[in-house]
Design a protein around this ligand. Structure first.
Ligand SMILES: *Cc1c(COP(=O)(O)O)cnc(C)c1O
Length: 449
């Protein structure tokens, strides 16, 4: 079903799950002192409003009117019932997807890029540095920067910089500056290049470069497109809309599914439903889907770790493969991060989120089956959610169960056609990590905290 823009009221506040955690999260630690960080510690890299949100325990946080105005360009995003897919699978399950590909950048990322740019502009910031993996975050921040008159400098993971020239062109069209990471423009980048001149880069390295630059200049801040509490908060606009849309459909999900790179699109859809589960004692299940080649939640350790490779960021307790982990260059670039959002990690540890992983080939296969039925070609990242939804729908067919399955179709794949070309040509492989490789990466986790 299509939820028409004119028939919906605006979502006026984001939902903050910090208000409802069954147990408190472990504190964020200063990288040098290993003491709990204070707002002042974060002030060199984030605007004050963002730091407040990062630490807030208020259940509802108002969405500023200028942000709502931009959101109205594509929000509420549509919720669809995948009836043709249901028929193709011959399943009694009811499959729904919330489609975030209708944003101008083609993914859920503008949901947080817009407010982050807005808060920076309000506090007189002139320039924002950031990293991007597949390019969706850089694209989203580039367009947000042009709306709010900010200069955007993007460190793009080398493997994507070379493989996704259209993403780079897109960012540059909006006036952003795009630099391949590791680069020789920062100390963190130069240190990596000295050791690995052919480094394909990683999000962890690109974050180090972006944070280093932001910390050096008063008029420059840094923005992150996933992982942190305030990012997950901004994404909840998706789930809040979806609760009303499911009411219009007179249904309620038994399963809520999303792919997880840093955890933000999954959290955005899941947290408002998780709130209702905790509040009303519902049986809703939440499934976080990651690639087998970067198995953070399914094979990582729940431990304090750095968010970046050069260890400039605070220490957060999360599922991690170790900040030195450089995943192979598989095609779901947005899912190649070594860590996971602390909130997602915490809820997974508490048993409220069930993680699982799939291989790349079965995800592309699922994405193409979905496209043939529904007419939308998903981003390679989103294919992981599609894979899980199809898996669950097939299980319903085998067991004769009629469940309502909801997933986040967090972006379209129109910028990722090279991945589909490679898949159709039989050039992609499943990349499986030996447990010994993972053990080695985990051995690099910081000790003494
Ligand atoms: C960035 C991105 C992801 C991964 O990030 P999350 O924070 O886990 O959502 C997944 N899908 C798409 C389309 C993305 O752009």
């Amino acid at each position: 079903m299509r939820h028409e823009a004119h028939s919906a009221r605006d979502t006026t506040a984001w939902y903050n799950i910090n208000a409802d955690l069954p147990e408190p999260m472990a504190p964020v630690l200063h990288p040098a002192t290993k003491q709990a960080i204070t707002p002042d510690d974060l002030a060199p890299i984030f605007p004050r409003a963002v730091i407040e949100q990062e630490m807030s325990a208020e259940r509802e946080i108002e969405i500023p009117e200028p942000v709502r105005q931009v959101y109205r360009q594509w929000r509420p995003s549509p919720l669809f019932r995948a009836r043709r897919l249901e028929r193709a699978l011959d399943t009694p399950a009811r499959i729904y997807y919330k489609y975030e590909g209708v944003s101008p950048a083609g993914s859920h990322k503008p949901n947080t890029a817009i407010p982050q740019a807005y808060y920076n502009q309000q506090e007189g910031v002139k320039r924002i540095t950031t990293e991007t993996g597949a390019g969706q975050w850089g694209s989203s921040l580039a367009l947000a920067g042009s709306f709010f008159g900010l200069e955007i400098q993007v460190f793009m993971v080398r493997v994507s910089f070379d493989g996704k020239p259209y993403r780079r062109a897109y960012m540059e069209a909006f006036g952003a500056r795009c630099i391949a990471s590791p680069s020789d423009t920062t100390e963190s980048g130069r240190a990596i290049l000295a050791e690995h001149p052919d480094s394909s880069g990683s999000l962890g390295i690109a974050i180090s470069e972006a944070v280093e630059l932001a910390a050096q200049r008063d008029d420059t801040k840094y923005a992150l497109g996933s992982v942190l509490n305030h990012v997950l908060l901004h994404q909840t606009v998706t789930g809040l809309e979806c609760i009303r849309q499911m009411q219009m459909a007179e249904d309620y999900p038994d399963l809520v599914i999303g792919c997880t790179g840093g955890g933000s699109n999954f959290a955005g859809l899941a947290f408002p439903f998780l709130y209702e589960k905790l509040r009303d004692g519902l049986g809703t299940k939440f499934i976080a889907v990651e690639p087998s080649a970067c198995p953070t939640l399914t094979k990582g350790a729940f431990a304090y770790d750095f968010g970046d490779t050069a260890h400039l960021t605070p220490l957060v307790k999360m599922y991690s493969l170790g900040s030195g982990f450089v995943p192979p260059g598989f095609h779901a670039g947005g899912l190649r991060y070594h860590g996971m959002a602390p909130q997602i990690s915490h809820l997974t540890k508490l048993g409220l989120i069930a993680p699982r992983s799939y291989n790349q080939l079965e995800c592309f296969d699922a994405g193409i089956r979905f496209a043939k039925a529904e007419g939308i070609l998903p981003a390679p990242e989103a294919n992981h959610a599609v894979r899980a939804a199809i898996h669950e729908a097939e299980r319903c067919r085998e067991n004769g169960e009629s469940k309502a399955i909801l997933f986040n179709l967090c972006g379209h794949g129109h910028f990722d056609m090279q991945a589909y070309i490679d898949y159709q040509a039989g050039k992609l492989q499943d990349l499986v990590y030996a447990d010994s490789d993972i053990a080695m990466a985990l051995a690099g986790l910081p000790s003494g905290c």
